[in-house]
Design a protein around this ligand. Structure first.
Ligand code: AMP
Length: 392
């Protein structure tokens, strides 16, 4: 059975076609720069990359291009072969405690959450609508970044602000990267052979979040109402005293919105280093002895360690820490320094294993708490959800 996993952004559309339940990738790709003159459709088939340049006005055209490309490249013989489409949706709020089969009502509910994710949910809906038009008879499923965290209890998800803000506006922690945290923590539990494992997942990419998982359920996570909260990221500040907004807006004659934009787009690695949001540049700078590159790295390492310590206490122990996403999977220096920072928990780094790539244990055999690299796969998780709901 073939299932398509889709991730629609404001100007891009990523896709991956799987054979399920084998979970083998038949084709993956991306439509880039939708709405611009220099858009491109990229297909990756059997390790080969095909790039087509087109003018792609909107998501509907992008979806038609993808479908046309699948047929033209003989990836599929007919559209009937696609039995389900899974869509990544960023914000499911409290309305979605699990993935949902898409109908008009579900689309309206996703749209009702636009205030909570103004950059993401409208783009996700555009992708959904385009695929519903193109494949009207195929089951389509919304898989939310937030549902995995809906198991958090009130003490973890509520902010200590006026309770009415939660009641009236939904001000609370939702958390994100849920499909990734779920995929990685499930894999860790499998490796450990322990269903009730206590696991911390460090999803460290350009966006980054930490999640505490106990008995397969998210009990706390670092991102909040929006993906700005938590640890410092490529360009996001992570936690900061909200009073900074008032100070900087009055000193620089900017609106709160403008200062917030700088906390989203000009902070984190970029803000502290002054030159890059990319961990490779930060590590190179650090190796050249540049203090601000070291600072960008060290502030992030400290904050990650802070979360690990706090989640260790909250869960009453810990079996494993898992590193995933662009930085977590590829930057041994970040893993090394985080593990060193939480050594007191009974975790010892295996330097040799840490310098390799791919799924592996990077702590010594005797470590009380284990550490793993587990490459994430959000698309597989989305396809699993489509399959699960189809079989329900
Ligand atoms: P993601 O958002 O998961 O795609 O991750 C993006 C981040 O991963 C960027 O900061 C990249 O610099 C980082 N990254 C990707 N490859 C490497 C690598 N080989 N070494 C260090 N960092 C990497």
């Amino acid at each position: 059975m073939k299932i398509l996993a889709v991730n629609a952004g404001s100007s891009s559309l990523k896709f991956q076609l799987f054979t399920m339940p084998e979970e083998t990738t038949i084709v993956s790709g991306i439509v880039e720069r939708i709405g611009y003159d220099n858009a491109a459709v990229i297909f990756k088939i059997n390790g080969q990359k095909f790039v087509e340049d087109h003018q792609i006005l909107n998501h509907k055209v992008a979806v038609d291009m993808v479908i046309h490309g699948l047929l033209e490249r003989k990836v599929i013989e007919s559209l009937d072969e696609i039995k389900g489409v899974g869509h990544r949706v960023v914000q499911g709020g409290e309305l979605f405690k699990e993935s949902a089969i898409i109908d008009d009502d579900v689309v309206a509910k996703i749209a009702s959450l636009n205030d909570l994710a103004p950059l993401h949910n409208p783009a996700n809906i555009t992708g959904i609508e385009a695929f519903r038009k193109a494949l009207p008879d195929v089951i389509q499923v919304a898989v939310f970044d937030t549902t995995f965290h809906q198991t958090m209890s009130e003490d973890a998800y509520l902010y200590a602000c006026p309770y009415e803000w939660y009641q009236k506006y939904g001000v609370r922690k939702y958390g994100f990267h849920g499909t990734s945290h779920q995929y990685v923590s499930q894999r860790a539990a499998e490796i450990l052979g322990k269903k009730d494992a206590k696991v911390i997942v460090a999803h460290l990419g350009n966006g980054a979040s930490i999640c505490a998982v106990k008995d397969g359920k998210s009990v706390d996570t670092s991102m909040g109402l929006t993906p700005l909260e938590g640890i410092p990221m490529g360009t996001r500040s992570g936690n900061i005293d909200p009073a900074v907004l008032m100070l900087v807006s009055s000193k620089e004659d900017k609106t709160y919105g403008e200062v917030l934009d700088e906390l989203n787009k000009k902070s984190g690695y970029l803000g502290l280093s002054g030159f890059s949001n990319d961990s490779r540049d930060i590590i190179d700078g650090m190796n050249r002895g540049e203090h601000r590159a070291w600072l960008a790295h060290q502030v992030q390492v400290k904050r990650i360690a802070d979360y690990i310590g706090s989640y260790y206490v909250y869960m009453g122990g810990l079996d494993a820490i898992c590193f995933t996403a662009g930085i977590g999977e590829n930057a041994p220096e970040v893993r090394r320094d985080v593990i060193k920072a939480v050594k007191v928990l009974g975790i010892e780094l295996d330097e040799e294993e840490n310098n390799k790539r791919g799924e592996r244990m990077i702590s010594t055999k005797d470590s009380k708490v284990k550490a793993f690299i587990i490459p994430t796969n959000e698309e597989v998780m989305i396809s699993r959800e489509v399959q699960r709901l189809m079989n329900k």
